[in-house]
Design a protein around this ligand. Structure first.
Ligand code: ADP
Ligand code: F6P
Length: 325
């Protein structure tokens, strides 16, 4: 037990995600509720090693719940893979009396968190990424908001695609994972969904379904492509060439990462931030806060990092059935 822990820190690292502010707010407010001083660390691990650290009081996080991005800013800090740099981070934390740290980010950030624990700074990690690609967690902060942002964008594209009787090939984010593409594909009625986890061929999985729908009278076509598959510009050209259907490519890009977080992201982030603080108070460290069977739990960082998450087979099969027309 670390009953006498007095000061904790919080940082966001890697790509930002809507709901990170709700997690920061929960750390600050739940920390204050338990009598802790909470220090906000700017720009992820870069700010930690530079000492870019300032106290955050409960009022400092007022009016942040509805804001996308992260009020602490985020950064990628490649040198943090070096043990000496991690050690510098631990020493800087000591200078600011930080006895425990909450890191909000993706699996890269979790490796940094594990390094900090090993070097002597108790750390708890929270999954914050739009990609939903954390093996040990059913859900990551930002995923729901991002899905809804993509849904609105694809719905808009569908309107103009229908008016012009075209085919739209749309690339969505997700790094090397296809969770966003698959769920959005189902939600937006895509004719074709391509994800990096599943082998596909242009003839069987793109051309055939489009030609089949065209033969049945369909006049607008939506192809959702995960960024891990890529090549949307070339694919649109090839579709036009082989089918005669005028085609356009859209890479949605960073519009997908912003925006006011959904209720699901705000509530999940609040629950996760709260548990992180309570784990530190209980003297726990080296844990990832995650979701299992819809409950917020914690697992060992190393074990969590080794876990794999696969696309839902039901969703894959459902998407196929729904696109048949
Ligand atoms: P994410 O956390 O979203 O997966 P990154 O993979 O870019 O994003 O990682 C974010 C940051 O975490 C990196 O810039 C680096 O500071 C830190 N990090 C990544 N991998 C490691 C590692 N193996 N050891 C220590 N720190 C790491
Ligand atoms: O991990 C979140 C994410 O948005 C990925 O979907 C994407 O591949 C990557 O980050 C983009 O990173 P950056 O903002 O550095 O271009």
């Amino acid at each position: 037990m670390a009953e006498n822990i007095k000061t904790i820190g919080v940082l966001t690292s890697g790509g930002d995600a809507p709901g990170m502010n709700a997690a920061i707010r929960a750390v600050v407010r739940v920390g204050a509720h338990h009598g802790l001083k909470v220090m906000g660390i700017k720009r992820g691990y870069s700010g930690l090693i530079k000492g870019d650290i300032k106290e955050m009081r409960p009022r400092d996080v007022s009016n942040t719940l509805q804001r996308g991005g992260t009020i602490l800013q985020t950064a990628r800090c490649p040198e943090f893979k070096n043990e000496e740099v991690i050690q510098r981070g631990v020493e800087m934390a000591k200078i600011f009396d930080i006895e425990g740290l909450v890191v909000i980010g993706g699996d890269g950030s979790f490796r940094g968190a594990a390094g900090l624990c090993k070097a002597g700074l108790p750390t708890i990690a929270l999954p914050g990424t739009i990609d939903n690609d954390i093996g040990c967690s059913e859900y990551t902060i930002g995923y729901d908001t991002c899905l809804n942002t993509i849904k609105s964008a694809v719905d808009n594209i569908k309107d103009t695609t229908e008016s012009h009787e075209r085919c739209s090939v749309i690339e969505v984010m997700g790094r090397s994972a296809g969770f966003l593409a698959l769920d959005v594909g189902i939600a937006c009625g895509a004719d074709v969904i391509l994800v990096p986890e599943i082998n596909w061929s242009f003839t069987d999985d793109v051309l055939k379904p489009i030609l089949h729908s065209k033969a049945n009278g369909e006049k607008r076509f939506i192809v959702i492509v995960a960024e891990g598959v890529g090549g949307v510009v070339e694919m649109a050209k090839k579709i036009e060439e082989k089918t005669g259907i005028e085609s356009r490519a859209t890479i949605l890009g960073h519009v997908q990462r912003g925006g006011s977080p959904s209720v699901r992201d705000r509530v999940t982030a609040s629950e996760m931030g709260s548990l992180a603080v309570e784990l530190l108070i209980a003297g726990k460290q080296n844990r990832i806060v995650c979701m299992k069977d819809n409950k917020i739990i914690d697992v060992d960082i190393k074990e969590g990092l080794a876990m794999q998450k696969t696309l839902s087979e039901q969703h894959v099969s459902l998407a196929k059935k729904l696109s048949y027309k």
